[in-house]
Design a protein around this ligand. Structure first.
Ligand code: F6P
Length: 758
């Protein structure tokens, strides 16, 4: 009788397979549930966006519907066009006739017409998701009412849902990976467990597996394998586990980033919640987009400086109005009669309202009081502040002008006003005197000095009273908050609450808090990547004769607080100490001229040029110069290319609120290949502790840091840069704005009626 072949799995193995199958099923069910929930959240978010847009458009559409068709279309202009996920908008008369529509909307007219008819017939908004043969869209059809409440027409808002579909597919792929990974791990553990039992070496095997998990290299499993071929198999297992572990770590980082990161979209949703239908207004001296004259024609630039770098992405995310001084030569030509224009000009997301000042006002307020007085007062750079009574008068007048423009832009409804920096210290009080119910915050982008230093300002008490008009006062560092409270304590009659970091002046409370500012990631900006970036870098290397040598870079406004003379001296000392690096290493300084009507700034440029020439003359060879000092305005893409090219970023401020260049450098180093040398006197040094921290006044230490950066082992560079990148990615500009707005809008603000009864 032929023997029946039977295959027996050991019990432990059978149990392991069963558990792997059950765990796989359980995770698949949880994943399905989670994906569904996120899809629902995405759709709710889309509903909310469509409603916010419809709400914003209701008034202009209602006005336009009072005009004949052709004029209505002209009046609404590009407001009906879509961008990114928004396909566009369409407006209809009360009889269902289409008046005007964005370009992308035409393809959907057969779908829209019956829905709009229904909306008009039932006088009720409809929100729906529709899938056609080649599109997946979200649509909101909303009734437009005349002031007497009668339906006057309808507005349709169409969004493309393809990106949400892609996001869902991506999530499914992520979950697929995790399910596969966990089931595979369980299977491997089951097989390995059975094997180890056979060999009675379970403990040693567990240790081997632990080493594999934690990444310690092991050559072969520490157990006696019965068959030689299996030894090779185990090597393969070890290496595939290592690969899986690396993939798992990358995946875990990506998942952590996706769930924890603040993005434009997340901030936009958060701001809608915080503002509850109110207007967002930012007030600063410097404008984010400036029109200069080049060869008689307007030329657009983004001015250098941390404030613009930080706040433009926030306004791009949230919309609103930015009130600022129109200081460009061609600014008036490019704005309307009220000084308004939509920005960014190539893809508008918010409004810039330019405030006009005369030459004399600009001289007294900006160059004089703000930059010859307050700037050196707040920065400990051993530059003597100059205070003139005439400059102060201009400062008061200009601040009043900015406050008036902000009040106009805030309208008569609820609004949140974010006042920026030392040029605007009196604006919070002017705003609150006019409209106590406005939520007003001020963020001070530069350091706040100690009370002894501040005392010399003849108008110190007025400045403090101006700032204390705000409900929330933000600084970069806790130390600046402490200095501010100390200064208030010693200068004016106010009630201080050190436990809650609050000041009460004439019944109005202000909270004082640190909000370390940051940047957005370079991925979100218009800069080159991949092969195009490589080409751009190669061009710059050729243009500035850098060859293939190693490069360090500094990027600054030319300002005596930035420690650029100290930096040049440290480079010279480095070449004295390490002559072997001649022709091997170049320091590139990008310097944007700044405040050049002030003699100290003009002289500083000359000082720096002379110093760079002296150093170059001492060390240069026929084909090489140790310092390339590139004076001029460099656009974002060029700055990014230099940051990517450089192995070392140098920030040597003598005193700085934060210094965003330090964070920009870290944000540019996605390949982890770079070392940051950072002054201990820049606010950024509190967060970027993995930089090589220097005292810029100590030339020997500074030169040694350059040598150390050049000779640092690749693993140490990478580990330091990875930690700094995590810090910058997690605490980006969107998180900063979200925190500031959340704290500001949480402050209870008196309504007009409670004011009267108080
Ligand atoms: O952060 C300090 C600051 O004065 C900002 O207010 C400003 O945007 C930046 O430096 C550049 O200075 P300026 O606007 O005077 O060119």
């Amino acid at each position: 009788m032929p023997t029946k072949f039977s295959f027996h799995l050991p019990n432990s193995l059978r149990m392991g397979l069963l558990i792997a199958a059950l765990v796989g099923l359980l995770i698949a069910a949880l994943a399905w549930f989670q994906i569904e929930r996120e899809r629902r959240n995405d759709l709710e978010e889309m509903d909310r966006r469509a409603y916010v847009l419809a709400h914003q458009m209701a008034y202009p559409v209602q006005v336009a519907l009072q005009l004949p068709d052709s004029e209505a279309a002209t009046a609404l202009g590009s407001m009906l066009e879509g961008y990114r996920r928004l396909i566009g908008l369409a407006i209809y008369r009360a009889d269902g006739r289409l008046v005007a529509a964005g370009k992308g909307v035409a393809d959907f007219s057969s779908l829209l017409d019956p829905i709009v008819e229904q909306v008009l017939a039932e006088s009720k908004d409809i929100v729906e998701v529709r899938r056609t043969a080649d599109a997946h869209i979200h649509l909101l059809a909303s009734v437009i009412r005349a002031p007497d409440g009668q339906p006057q027409g309808a507005l349709a808002v169409l969004h493309d849902l393809v990106s949400l579909d892609e996001r869902a597919t991506h999530r499914r792929a992520q979950f697929g990976f995790w399910i596969g990974f966990i089931v595979l791990s369980l299977l491997i553990l089951t097989v390995a467990g059975a094997w180890a039992f056979y060999d009675r070496s379970l403990n040693r095997l567990a240790e081997w597996m632990r080493q594999l998990r934690t990444g310690d290299a092991v050559e072969a499993p520490p157990i006696q394998l019965p068959i030689a071929r299996l030894a090779n198999e185990s090597d393969r297992l070890a290496s595939s586990l290592r690969v899986a572990r690396l993939a798992q770590q990358a995946q875990a980082r990506a998942v952590m980033h996706a769930t924890n990161a603040w993005t434009r979209d997340r901030l936009r949703a958060h701001v809608v919640d915080c503002l509850r239908g109110g207007q967002l207004v930012v007030v600063s001296n410097r404008e984010p987009y400036m029109h200069e004259l080049r060869e008689g024609k307007p030329h657009l630039i983004m001015p250098a400086g941390g404030l613009v770098t930080a706040l433009d992405p926030v306004l791009q995310a949230c919309g609103g109005v930015w009130v600022a001084h129109g200081s460009g030569e061609a600014d008036r030509r490019m704005a309307d009669a009220q000084g308004r224009l939509a920005v960014p000009p190539d893809d508008p997301t918010y409004t810039l309202r330019r405030v006009w000042l005369t030459r004399e006002e600009e001289q007294g307020y900006y160059y004089g009081f703000a930059n010859e007085g307050l700037w050196p007062l707040c920065h400990l750079a051993h530059e003597r502040p100059i205070f003139r009574a005439g400059d102060w008068e201009h400062y008061v007048r200009a601040n009043r002008r900015f406050a008036e423009a902000a009040l106009e832009e805030a309208g008569s409804g609820p609004a949140v006003v974010l006042v920026q920096d030392y040029q605007m210290a009196l604006v919070p009080r002017f705003l609150k005197e006019a409209r106590p119910e406005l939520a007003v915050g001020i963020f001070w982008h530069i350091p706040w000095p100690n009370p002894e230093a501040f005392r010399i300002c003849p108008w110190g008490p007025d400045l403090l009273r101006g700032i204390l008009g705000a409900d929330l006062i933000g600084f970069h560092l806790q130390q600046h908050c402490n200095n501010f409270l100390d200064t208030v304590d010693r200068t004016i009659e106010a009630r201080l609450d050190w436990d809650h970091f609050a000041v009460e002046l004439q019944g109005h409370p202000s909270l004082v808090r640190p909000f370390p500012i940051s940047v957005e990631s370079w991925d979100e900006r218009h800069v080159l990547t991949g092969a195009e970036l490589e080409r751009q870098i190669a061009d710059l290397q050729e243009r500035y004769k850098l060859g293939q040598g190693r490069v360090a870079v500094g990027v600054d406004r030319i300002d005596y607080t930035k420690g650029m003379t100290e930096r040049f001296r440290a480079v010279a000392r480095f070449f004295e100490r390490c002559p072997q690096y001649r022709e091997q290493f170049t320091f590139v300084q990008l310097g944007a001229p700044s405040r050049t009507h002030i003699p100290r700034y003009r002289n500083y440029i000359n000082e720096l040029e002379t110093l760079a020439d002296d150093i170059n003359w001492r060390f240069q060879t026929e084909s090489w110069k140790p310092i390339r000092f590139l004076i001029g305005h460099h656009d974002g893409a060029t700055v990014h290319a230099f940051l990517r090219m450089a192995e070392i970023g140098i920030v040597s401020s003598l005193h700085d609120g934060m210094n965003l260049v330090a964070k920009e450098f870290v944000a540019a180093k996605s390949n982890l290949d770079g070392v940051l040398i950072l002054s201990e006197f820049a606010g950024a040094a509190r967060e970027l502790v993995d930089a090589l921290i220097i005292n810029p006044y100590d030339t020997e230490q500074f030169a040694e840091a350059i040598r150390r950066a050049l000779e640092m082992a690749p693993e140490e560079r990478e580990a330091r840069m990875a930690r700094m990148r995590r810090q910058v990615e997690e605490n980006n500009i969107y998180r900063w704005a979200a925190n500031f707005l959340a704290d500001l809008t949480a402050v209870p603000i008196p309504t007009p009626s409670t004011q009267e009864t108080a």
